[in-house]
Design a protein around this ligand. Structure first.
Ligand code: PRP
Ligand code: URA
Length: 209
């Protein structure tokens, strides 16, 4: 079973509180999402495997560590996931970026896939799927389905705010993946919005409401 972990570093909590505020504007919202994504990438990458390599410092030869293991592909779920990409690339600049376009029908709450573009070596990469919100879990489940269908083997889901319902549904559908959130909130409302949450992440990020 993959793990579910809340990454509650004080800076992450502080910045998340800023963007939860209904009066936080687009510019500050975008900047904080970017910064939280960097902080989360730091925590999520803690377990990356290392290998010993021989190097030569000005003082002589020595064996030191460098990253081993799989290279990373960051996969934002459009649109809101886009807000987390640059923040992760700050720390993992060589990562490739795949895109999954998905929107949630506001009436039925069901996700609809409209775009998928992945690197050809997806199967050999560590996949970081990013989306600020894990609400019912429908979008995340469909995104992971789409990635597995294309050969992805090692997947981590990274979100800012998760609802218990979404975590449960995603773990049930894809027990093998790890899930990281900056916060686990109380519940979903009758429209499938996370409470207390932060509202519609895509609209707040792009100023479309
Ligand atoms: C939001 C959010 C997730 C999804 C979460 O996207 O960014 O992708 O809803 O809800 P779920 O867990 O119930 O599926 P939305 O569909 O609003 O699209 P957007 O990013 O284009 O605004
Ligand atoms: N999508 C969002 O952007 N916010 C929620 O609370 C739920 C789904």
């Amino acid at each position: 079973m993959g793990k579910f972990e809340v990454l509650d570093h004080p800076l992450i909590q502080h910045k998340l509180t800023i963007i939860r505020d209904k009066d936080c504007g687009t510019r500050e919202f975008r900047q904080c999402v970017d910064e939280i994504a960097t902080l989360m990438a730091y925590e999520v990458s803690r377990e990356m495997p290392l290998e010993d390599v021989e190097i030569e410092t000005p003082m002589g030869k020595t064996y030191k560590k460098r990253l081993a293991g799989k290279k990373v592909v960051v996969v934002p779920i459009l649109r809101a996931g886009l807000g987390m990409v640059e923040g992760i690339l700050n720390l993992i600049p060589a990562a490739k970026v795949g895109h999954i376009g998905m929107y949630r029908d506001e009436e039925t709450m069901q996700p609809h896939e409209y775009f998928v573009k992945m690197p050809s070596d997806l199967a050999s990469r560590e996949v970081f799927v990013v989306d600020p919100m894990l609400a019912t879990g429908g979008s995340a489940i469909m995104a992971v389905d789409a990635l597995k269908k294309r050969g992805a083997q090692s997947i981590k889901f990274v979100c800012l705010v998760a609802a218990p319902e979404g975590v449960e549904a995603l773990r049930k559908a894809h027990p093998d993946i790890d899930i990281f959130a900056a916060a686990l909130d109380d519940r979903l409302d009758e429209n499938g919005y996370i409470v207390p949450g932060l509202g519609d992440a895509g609209d707040r990020l792009f100023g479309t409401k």
